[in-house]
Design a protein. Structure first.
Length: 138
């Protein structure tokens, strides 16, 4: 009799787990992402005319502006930085970074380095470095 009750209890537990998954739905979290700065930190004869842009989850952001995101904790924030030297034959560089929403427990700062390399002319092979700094907060 005891074995029968034990077997029924085990089967009941297994069927409950199959009907109601153990993992709960992912929680949502509200995060603010600010583009703190975009700066040309080194330029070894690459050019003087520049276009630079930063993106948060595909949306362009300007220096000093903030994007508020409501994400599942399983989602990621996708940061992208782009710099382009503008002349007859422009060169460009891109950097990306993903940050899991669940990993943002306090205010954090993330930087992306973009390198643009001159590919023609007298200064071919020289590079310029940009630094894009983002602040992410709960």
């Amino acid at each position: 009799m005891f074995k029968l009750l034990k077997s029924i209890a085990v089967l009941s537990l297994i069927s409950m787990l199959l009907v109601h998954p153990v993992s709960a739905e992912a929680k949502t979290v509200k995060l603010k992402v600010t583009l703190v700065s975009m700066e040309l930190v080194e330029n070894n004869h690459v050019g003087n005319e520049w276009y630079a842009a930063a993106y948060v989850n595909g949306k362009e952001v300007k220096t000093g502006s903030t994007v508020t995101l409501t994400l599942k904790t399983t989602d990621s924030i996708k940061l992208k930085a782009y710099a382009e030297e503008q002349d007859k034959i422009p060169e460009s560089g891109t950097a990306t970074l993903s940050v899991k929403a669940a990993n943002v427990t306090k205010t954090i700062s993330k930087s992306l380095k973009v390198t643009v390399t001159e590919n023609r002319g007298r200064y071919s092979g020289n590079s310029a470095d940009w630094k894009f700094t983002f602040k992410i907060q709960k």
